[in-house]
Write a protein that binds this ligand. Structure first.
Ligand code: GDD
Ligand code: MN
Length: 382
Protein backbone atom coordinates (compact mmCIF):
# COMPACT_ATOMS: atom_id res chain seq x y z
CA UNK A 1 0.00 0.00 0.00
CA UNK A 2 1.39 3.41 -0.88
CA UNK A 3 2.01 6.07 1.77
CA UNK A 4 -0.68 8.28 0.51
CA UNK A 5 -3.31 5.55 0.67
CA UNK A 6 -2.32 4.73 4.25
CA UNK A 7 -2.47 8.35 5.37
CA UNK A 8 -5.90 8.90 3.91
CA UNK A 9 -7.57 5.71 4.99
CA UNK A 10 -9.45 7.37 7.82
CA UNK A 11 -10.88 10.08 5.63
CA UNK A 12 -11.76 7.47 3.04
CA UNK A 13 -13.64 5.44 5.64
CA UNK A 14 -15.57 8.53 6.71
CA UNK A 15 -16.86 9.24 3.24
CA UNK A 16 -17.52 5.64 2.35
CA UNK A 17 -20.78 5.07 0.64
CA UNK A 18 -20.80 8.49 -0.94
CA UNK A 19 -19.88 6.95 -4.30
CA UNK A 20 -16.29 8.10 -4.26
CA UNK A 21 -14.58 4.70 -4.25
CA UNK A 22 -12.30 4.06 -7.19
CA UNK A 23 -13.87 1.43 -9.44
CA UNK A 24 -11.90 -1.47 -10.93
CA UNK A 25 -12.77 -0.55 -14.44
CA UNK A 26 -13.35 2.73 -16.24
CA UNK A 27 -15.32 2.40 -19.46
CA UNK A 28 -14.56 5.37 -21.69
CA UNK A 29 -17.27 6.26 -24.18
CA UNK A 30 -16.28 8.83 -26.80
CA UNK A 31 -19.42 10.48 -28.05
CA UNK A 32 -20.60 12.89 -30.65
CA UNK A 33 -24.35 13.15 -31.14
CA UNK A 34 -25.17 9.92 -29.33
CA UNK A 35 -28.14 11.08 -27.31
CA UNK A 36 -30.23 8.12 -28.44
CA UNK A 37 -27.67 5.57 -27.26
CA UNK A 38 -26.17 6.60 -23.93
CA UNK A 39 -28.98 5.43 -21.70
CA UNK A 40 -29.29 2.01 -23.28
CA UNK A 41 -25.52 1.62 -23.33
CA UNK A 42 -25.34 2.30 -19.60
CA UNK A 43 -28.10 -0.20 -18.91
CA UNK A 44 -26.31 -2.85 -20.94
CA UNK A 45 -22.98 -2.09 -19.26
CA UNK A 46 -24.61 -2.35 -15.85
CA UNK A 47 -25.93 -5.80 -16.73
CA UNK A 48 -22.69 -7.02 -18.30
CA UNK A 49 -20.58 -5.68 -15.42
CA UNK A 50 -22.92 -6.52 -12.56
CA UNK A 51 -20.14 -8.06 -10.44
CA UNK A 52 -17.48 -5.53 -11.36
CA UNK A 53 -17.24 -2.03 -9.84
CA UNK A 54 -17.03 0.25 -12.86
CA UNK A 55 -17.57 3.79 -13.98
CA UNK A 56 -18.73 4.99 -17.36
CA UNK A 57 -17.00 8.15 -18.59
CA UNK A 58 -18.66 9.82 -21.53
CA UNK A 59 -16.28 12.17 -23.34
CA UNK A 60 -18.51 14.38 -25.39
CA UNK A 61 -17.39 17.04 -27.84
CA UNK A 62 -20.19 19.43 -27.05
CA UNK A 63 -22.65 17.51 -29.25
CA UNK A 64 -25.46 19.71 -30.55
CA UNK A 65 -27.99 16.97 -29.75
CA UNK A 66 -27.44 17.40 -26.02
CA UNK A 67 -25.64 14.12 -25.28
CA UNK A 68 -23.77 15.74 -22.41
CA UNK A 69 -26.88 17.13 -20.73
CA UNK A 70 -28.56 13.75 -20.93
CA UNK A 71 -25.48 12.04 -19.51
CA UNK A 72 -25.45 14.43 -16.57
CA UNK A 73 -29.11 13.77 -15.92
CA UNK A 74 -28.37 10.06 -15.79
CA UNK A 75 -25.43 10.73 -13.51
CA UNK A 76 -27.86 12.22 -10.98
CA UNK A 77 -29.26 8.73 -10.62
CA UNK A 78 -26.12 6.68 -11.17
CA UNK A 79 -23.03 8.12 -9.51
CA UNK A 80 -20.78 5.84 -11.52
CA UNK A 81 -21.55 7.87 -14.63
CA UNK A 82 -19.27 10.77 -15.41
CA UNK A 83 -19.23 13.23 -18.24
CA UNK A 84 -16.33 15.14 -19.71
CA UNK A 85 -17.57 17.83 -22.00
CA UNK A 86 -15.05 19.38 -24.35
CA UNK A 87 -15.62 22.66 -26.12
CA UNK A 88 -14.33 23.75 -29.52
CA UNK A 89 -12.62 20.41 -30.04
CA UNK A 90 -13.37 17.37 -32.12
CA UNK A 91 -11.66 14.04 -32.34
CA UNK A 92 -12.25 10.45 -31.41
CA UNK A 93 -8.68 9.57 -30.47
CA UNK A 94 -8.08 12.60 -28.28
CA UNK A 95 -11.44 12.06 -26.57
CA UNK A 96 -10.39 8.51 -25.64
CA UNK A 97 -7.03 9.72 -24.34
CA UNK A 98 -8.62 12.42 -22.20
CA UNK A 99 -11.15 9.99 -20.80
CA UNK A 100 -8.44 7.52 -19.83
CA UNK A 101 -6.35 10.29 -18.32
CA UNK A 102 -9.28 11.41 -16.19
CA UNK A 103 -9.77 8.27 -14.13
CA UNK A 104 -7.89 6.56 -11.33
CA UNK A 105 -9.28 3.12 -12.17
CA UNK A 106 -6.63 0.42 -12.59
CA UNK A 107 -8.23 -0.93 -15.78
CA UNK A 108 -9.36 1.14 -18.74
CA UNK A 109 -11.72 0.19 -21.53
CA UNK A 110 -12.90 2.10 -24.57
CA UNK A 111 -16.21 1.32 -26.24
CA UNK A 112 -18.28 3.12 -28.87
CA UNK A 113 -21.52 4.70 -27.74
CA UNK A 114 -23.61 3.30 -30.57
CA UNK A 115 -23.84 -0.29 -29.26
CA UNK A 116 -21.90 -1.71 -32.21
CA UNK A 117 -19.44 -3.27 -29.77
CA UNK A 118 -20.66 -6.19 -27.70
CA UNK A 119 -20.32 -5.08 -24.08
CA UNK A 120 -20.99 -8.64 -22.87
CA UNK A 121 -17.38 -9.62 -23.54
CA UNK A 122 -16.00 -6.94 -21.20
CA UNK A 123 -15.72 -9.26 -18.16
CA UNK A 124 -13.75 -11.73 -20.27
CA UNK A 125 -11.53 -8.92 -21.52
CA UNK A 126 -10.93 -7.75 -17.96
CA UNK A 127 -10.06 -11.29 -16.93
CA UNK A 128 -7.42 -11.50 -19.65
CA UNK A 129 -5.91 -8.18 -18.55
CA UNK A 130 -5.83 -9.36 -14.95
CA UNK A 131 -4.09 -12.50 -16.18
CA UNK A 132 -1.30 -10.35 -17.54
CA UNK A 133 -2.21 -9.17 -21.04
CA UNK A 134 -0.96 -5.63 -21.70
CA UNK A 135 -3.84 -5.03 -24.05
CA UNK A 136 -7.06 -6.87 -24.82
CA UNK A 137 -8.76 -6.14 -28.12
CA UNK A 138 -12.42 -6.82 -28.80
CA UNK A 139 -11.94 -8.29 -32.21
CA UNK A 140 -14.26 -8.54 -35.17
CA UNK A 141 -11.87 -10.81 -37.01
CA UNK A 142 -10.34 -13.15 -34.45
CA UNK A 143 -11.85 -16.59 -33.99
CA UNK A 144 -15.62 -16.46 -34.18
CA UNK A 145 -15.80 -12.68 -34.44
CA UNK A 146 -17.56 -11.06 -37.35
CA UNK A 147 -18.02 -7.62 -38.84
CA UNK A 148 -20.61 -8.61 -41.39
CA UNK A 149 -23.59 -7.23 -39.51
CA UNK A 150 -22.28 -3.74 -38.84
CA UNK A 151 -20.48 -2.77 -42.03
CA UNK A 152 -21.54 -2.08 -45.61
CA UNK A 153 -19.76 -3.94 -48.44
CA UNK A 154 -17.55 -0.96 -49.29
CA UNK A 155 -16.69 -0.33 -45.67
CA UNK A 156 -15.85 -3.96 -45.23
CA UNK A 157 -13.43 -3.86 -48.13
CA UNK A 158 -11.94 -0.56 -46.95
CA UNK A 159 -11.62 -1.96 -43.47
CA UNK A 160 -9.72 -4.99 -44.80
CA UNK A 161 -7.27 -2.79 -46.66
CA UNK A 162 -6.79 -0.51 -43.67
CA UNK A 163 -6.21 -3.55 -41.48
CA UNK A 164 -3.53 -4.84 -43.84
CA UNK A 165 -1.80 -1.43 -43.86
CA UNK A 166 -2.03 -1.31 -40.09
CA UNK A 167 -0.28 -4.67 -39.84
CA UNK A 168 2.80 -2.99 -41.33
CA UNK A 169 3.14 -0.46 -38.53
CA UNK A 170 1.88 -2.62 -35.71
CA UNK A 171 4.56 -5.17 -36.47
CA UNK A 172 2.86 -7.95 -34.56
CA UNK A 173 -0.13 -10.04 -35.25
CA UNK A 174 -3.34 -8.34 -34.24
CA UNK A 175 -6.42 -9.49 -36.08
CA UNK A 176 -8.32 -6.24 -35.63
CA UNK A 177 -5.88 -3.35 -35.15
CA UNK A 178 -8.57 -0.89 -36.22
CA UNK A 179 -10.93 -1.87 -33.46
CA UNK A 180 -12.42 0.89 -31.38
CA UNK A 181 -13.10 -1.58 -28.58
CA UNK A 182 -10.30 -2.52 -26.20
CA UNK A 183 -9.24 -2.77 -22.59
CA UNK A 184 -5.93 -2.46 -20.81
CA UNK A 185 -4.31 -2.08 -17.43
CA UNK A 186 -3.37 1.49 -16.53
CA UNK A 187 0.37 0.81 -16.98
CA UNK A 188 -0.04 0.25 -20.73
CA UNK A 189 -1.69 3.61 -21.15
CA UNK A 190 0.59 5.49 -18.76
CA UNK A 191 3.73 4.30 -20.53
CA UNK A 192 2.78 5.97 -23.81
CA UNK A 193 0.09 8.50 -22.93
CA UNK A 194 2.25 11.57 -23.43
CA UNK A 195 3.45 10.39 -26.80
CA UNK A 196 0.24 9.36 -28.46
CA UNK A 197 -0.59 11.10 -31.68
CA UNK A 198 -4.15 11.88 -30.65
CA UNK A 199 -5.16 12.80 -34.20
CA UNK A 200 -7.91 10.98 -35.95
CA UNK A 201 -9.87 7.85 -35.29
CA UNK A 202 -7.34 5.12 -34.70
CA UNK A 203 -6.26 5.26 -31.11
CA UNK A 204 -5.59 1.54 -30.78
CA UNK A 205 -3.21 1.44 -33.71
CA UNK A 206 -1.41 4.46 -32.34
CA UNK A 207 -1.13 2.86 -28.91
CA UNK A 208 0.42 -0.36 -30.21
CA UNK A 209 2.77 1.39 -32.64
CA UNK A 210 3.92 3.93 -30.05
CA UNK A 211 4.59 1.20 -27.46
CA UNK A 212 6.56 -0.70 -30.05
CA UNK A 213 8.66 2.36 -30.91
CA UNK A 214 9.56 2.60 -27.26
CA UNK A 215 10.82 -0.94 -27.40
CA UNK A 216 7.86 -2.38 -25.54
CA UNK A 217 6.25 -5.25 -27.37
CA UNK A 218 2.81 -5.55 -25.84
CA UNK A 219 1.31 -8.90 -25.09
CA UNK A 220 -2.01 -8.59 -26.85
CA UNK A 221 -5.02 -10.80 -26.29
CA UNK A 222 -8.07 -10.74 -28.52
CA UNK A 223 -11.62 -11.61 -27.63
CA UNK A 224 -13.92 -12.20 -30.60
CA UNK A 225 -17.36 -10.69 -30.87
CA UNK A 226 -19.89 -9.93 -33.54
CA UNK A 227 -20.01 -6.30 -34.66
CA UNK A 228 -23.59 -5.10 -34.50
CA UNK A 229 -25.37 -2.47 -36.57
CA UNK A 230 -25.42 0.99 -35.01
CA UNK A 231 -28.39 1.54 -32.68
CA UNK A 232 -29.48 5.21 -33.00
CA UNK A 233 -27.88 8.13 -34.81
CA UNK A 234 -25.31 8.23 -37.59
CA UNK A 235 -21.72 7.13 -38.12
CA UNK A 236 -19.05 9.83 -38.10
CA UNK A 237 -16.86 7.87 -40.46
CA UNK A 238 -16.20 9.92 -43.60
CA UNK A 239 -13.74 10.21 -46.51
CA UNK A 240 -11.94 12.83 -44.42
CA UNK A 241 -11.35 10.28 -41.71
CA UNK A 242 -9.95 7.88 -44.28
CA UNK A 243 -7.43 10.51 -45.41
CA UNK A 244 -6.59 11.25 -41.77
CA UNK A 245 -5.96 7.56 -41.28
CA UNK A 246 -3.56 7.65 -44.21
CA UNK A 247 -1.73 10.51 -42.50
CA UNK A 248 -1.51 8.59 -39.23
CA UNK A 249 -0.29 5.51 -41.05
CA UNK A 250 2.40 7.43 -42.93
CA UNK A 251 3.48 9.08 -39.70
CA UNK A 252 3.83 5.68 -38.03
CA UNK A 253 5.81 4.45 -41.05
CA UNK A 254 8.33 7.26 -40.45
CA UNK A 255 8.67 5.91 -36.93
CA UNK A 256 6.67 8.87 -35.66
CA UNK A 257 9.36 11.34 -36.78
CA UNK A 258 7.01 13.24 -39.05
CA UNK A 259 3.78 14.18 -37.28
CA UNK A 260 0.46 13.25 -38.86
CA UNK A 261 -0.52 16.89 -39.13
CA UNK A 262 2.66 17.69 -41.05
CA UNK A 263 2.02 14.87 -43.51
CA UNK A 264 -1.57 15.96 -44.00
CA UNK A 265 -0.38 19.55 -44.41
CA UNK A 266 2.08 18.39 -47.07
CA UNK A 267 -0.63 16.37 -48.86
CA UNK A 268 -2.82 19.45 -48.90
CA UNK A 269 0.15 21.44 -50.24
CA UNK A 270 0.46 18.94 -53.07
CA UNK A 271 -3.20 19.40 -54.02
CA UNK A 272 -2.49 23.15 -54.01
CA UNK A 273 -0.06 22.67 -56.90
CA UNK A 274 -2.83 21.11 -58.97
CA UNK A 275 -5.26 23.85 -58.06
CA UNK A 276 -2.65 26.44 -58.97
CA UNK A 277 -1.92 24.89 -62.36
CA UNK A 278 -5.59 24.43 -63.21
CA UNK A 279 -6.34 28.03 -62.27
CA UNK A 280 -3.36 29.30 -64.23
CA UNK A 281 -4.53 27.41 -67.27
CA UNK A 282 -8.04 28.78 -66.90
CA UNK A 283 -6.89 32.37 -66.37
CA UNK A 284 -4.39 32.50 -69.23
CA UNK A 285 -6.52 30.35 -71.55
CA UNK A 286 -10.31 30.88 -71.59
CA UNK A 287 -10.14 34.08 -69.51
CA UNK A 288 -7.32 35.47 -71.67
CA UNK A 289 -5.43 37.18 -68.82
CA UNK A 290 -1.74 38.04 -69.13
CA UNK A 291 0.66 35.80 -67.20
CA UNK A 292 1.37 37.96 -64.14
CA UNK A 293 -2.23 38.70 -63.08
CA UNK A 294 -3.10 35.09 -63.89
CA UNK A 295 -0.29 33.89 -61.66
CA UNK A 296 -1.47 36.19 -58.85
CA UNK A 297 -5.01 34.87 -59.12
CA UNK A 298 -3.84 31.26 -59.27
CA UNK A 299 -1.68 31.79 -56.18
CA UNK A 300 -4.55 33.29 -54.22
CA UNK A 301 -6.96 30.55 -55.25
CA UNK A 302 -4.45 27.83 -54.34
CA UNK A 303 -3.72 29.44 -50.97
CA UNK A 304 -7.44 29.70 -50.25
CA UNK A 305 -8.05 26.09 -51.15
CA UNK A 306 -5.08 25.00 -49.03
CA UNK A 307 -6.42 26.96 -46.09
CA UNK A 308 -9.85 25.45 -46.47
CA UNK A 309 -8.55 21.88 -46.76
CA UNK A 310 -6.19 22.23 -43.81
CA UNK A 311 -9.04 23.62 -41.79
CA UNK A 312 -11.35 20.69 -42.49
CA UNK A 313 -8.77 17.90 -42.73
CA UNK A 314 -5.41 18.55 -41.09
CA UNK A 315 -6.83 20.51 -38.18
CA UNK A 316 -10.32 18.99 -38.08
CA UNK A 317 -10.01 18.80 -34.32
CA UNK A 318 -9.54 22.56 -33.95
CA UNK A 319 -11.39 23.83 -36.97
CA UNK A 320 -11.78 27.61 -37.19
CA UNK A 321 -15.27 29.03 -37.56
CA UNK A 322 -16.84 32.48 -38.08
CA UNK A 323 -14.60 35.48 -37.50
CA UNK A 324 -11.67 33.28 -36.54
CA UNK A 325 -11.94 31.57 -39.91
CA UNK A 326 -11.62 34.85 -41.83
CA UNK A 327 -8.84 36.16 -39.60
CA UNK A 328 -7.08 32.84 -39.99
CA UNK A 329 -7.40 33.05 -43.77
CA UNK A 330 -5.86 36.56 -43.84
CA UNK A 331 -3.04 35.38 -41.62
CA UNK A 332 -2.58 32.35 -43.84
CA UNK A 333 -2.04 34.58 -46.92
CA UNK A 334 0.63 36.52 -45.02
CA UNK A 335 2.37 33.41 -43.70
CA UNK A 336 2.36 31.70 -47.09
CA UNK A 337 3.80 34.82 -48.71
CA UNK A 338 6.64 34.76 -46.21
CA UNK A 339 6.95 31.03 -46.91
CA UNK A 340 7.24 31.91 -50.60
CA UNK A 341 10.10 34.31 -49.85
CA UNK A 342 11.79 31.61 -47.75
CA UNK A 343 11.28 29.19 -50.64
CA UNK A 344 12.91 31.46 -53.21
CA UNK A 345 15.81 32.43 -50.91
CA UNK A 346 16.68 28.84 -50.08
CA UNK A 347 16.22 27.64 -53.64
CA UNK A 348 18.53 30.34 -55.03
CA UNK A 349 21.09 29.70 -52.28
CA UNK A 350 21.17 26.00 -53.13
CA UNK A 351 21.25 26.83 -56.83
CA UNK A 352 24.31 29.04 -56.28
CA UNK A 353 26.07 26.13 -54.57
CA UNK A 354 25.17 23.39 -57.03
CA UNK A 355 23.61 24.31 -60.31
CA UNK A 356 20.90 21.70 -60.18
CA UNK A 357 17.46 22.96 -60.96
CA UNK A 358 15.57 20.01 -59.48
CA UNK A 359 17.48 19.82 -56.21
CA UNK A 360 17.26 23.58 -55.68
CA UNK A 361 13.56 23.68 -56.45
CA UNK A 362 12.92 20.81 -54.08
CA UNK A 363 14.97 22.42 -51.30
CA UNK A 364 12.92 25.60 -51.69
CA UNK A 365 9.64 23.70 -51.64
CA UNK A 366 10.61 21.72 -48.55
CA UNK A 367 11.72 24.92 -46.85
CA UNK A 368 8.43 26.70 -47.48
CA UNK A 369 6.32 23.68 -46.41
CA UNK A 370 8.20 23.39 -43.14
CA UNK A 371 8.02 27.15 -42.64
CA UNK A 372 4.29 27.34 -43.41
CA UNK A 373 3.56 24.32 -41.26
CA UNK A 374 5.52 25.55 -38.27
CA UNK A 375 4.22 29.11 -38.39
CA UNK A 376 0.56 28.22 -38.99
CA UNK A 377 0.74 25.78 -36.10
CA UNK A 378 1.74 28.59 -33.84
CA UNK A 379 -0.46 31.36 -35.19
CA UNK A 380 -3.36 29.86 -37.13
CA UNK A 381 -4.37 26.48 -35.70
CA UNK A 382 -3.15 26.75 -32.15
N1 GDD B 1 -15.82 12.74 -28.51
C1 GDD B 1 -15.90 12.37 -29.79
N2 GDD B 1 -15.42 13.22 -30.74
N3 GDD B 1 -16.42 11.17 -30.11
C2 GDD B 1 -16.48 10.85 -31.42
C3 GDD B 1 -16.02 11.68 -32.46
C4 GDD B 1 -15.46 12.94 -32.09
O1 GDD B 1 -15.02 13.73 -32.89
N4 GDD B 1 -16.21 11.05 -33.64
C5 GDD B 1 -16.79 9.88 -33.35
N5 GDD B 1 -16.97 9.76 -32.02
C6 GDD B 1 -17.58 8.63 -31.28
C7 GDD B 1 -18.96 8.28 -31.76
O2 GDD B 1 -19.94 9.04 -31.09
C8 GDD B 1 -19.03 6.81 -31.40
O3 GDD B 1 -19.35 6.61 -30.05
C9 GDD B 1 -17.61 6.33 -31.63
O4 GDD B 1 -16.79 7.49 -31.54
C10 GDD B 1 -17.42 5.66 -32.98
O5 GDD B 1 -17.89 6.52 -34.00
P1 GDD B 1 -18.74 5.97 -35.23
O6 GDD B 1 -19.11 7.14 -36.04
O7 GDD B 1 -19.84 5.07 -34.76
O8 GDD B 1 -17.62 5.16 -36.00
P2 GDD B 1 -17.73 3.80 -36.79
O9 GDD B 1 -18.74 2.87 -36.23
O10 GDD B 1 -17.87 4.14 -38.20
O11 GDD B 1 -16.28 3.19 -36.51
C11 GDD B 1 -15.99 2.73 -35.19
O12 GDD B 1 -15.89 1.38 -35.07
C12 GDD B 1 -14.82 0.78 -35.79
C13 GDD B 1 -14.78 -0.67 -35.48
O13 GDD B 1 -14.57 -0.90 -34.12
C14 GDD B 1 -14.70 3.36 -34.71
O14 GDD B 1 -14.50 3.02 -33.35
C15 GDD B 1 -13.52 2.87 -35.50
O15 GDD B 1 -12.33 3.40 -34.95
C16 GDD B 1 -13.49 1.39 -35.44
O16 GDD B 1 -12.52 0.91 -36.35
MN1 MN C 1 -20.22 3.10 -34.92
Amino acid sequence: MSDIVGRHQKTAAAIEGSGTAVPDLAVIVPSFNERGNIELLYEKLAVALKDIPFEMIVVDDDSPDGTAALTRELAQVYPNIRCIRRYGRRGLASACVEGMAATAAPFLAVIDADLQHDERILPQMLEQAKDGADLVVGSRFAGKGSAAGGLSRTRQRGSELATRLAGLVVGQSVCDPMSGFFLMPRRTFDAVASQLNKDGFKILLDLVATSRRQGRKLSIAEVPYTFRPRHAGESKMSPLIVVQYLGLWLSQMTGGVLPTTFLLFAMVGATGIFVHMAMLGLATGPLGLPFVPAQVIATLVAMTSNFFLNNVLTYADRRLHGAKFWLGLMGFYVICSLGGIANISVASMVYDLRHQTFVSGLAGAVMSSVFNYAVTRVFTWR
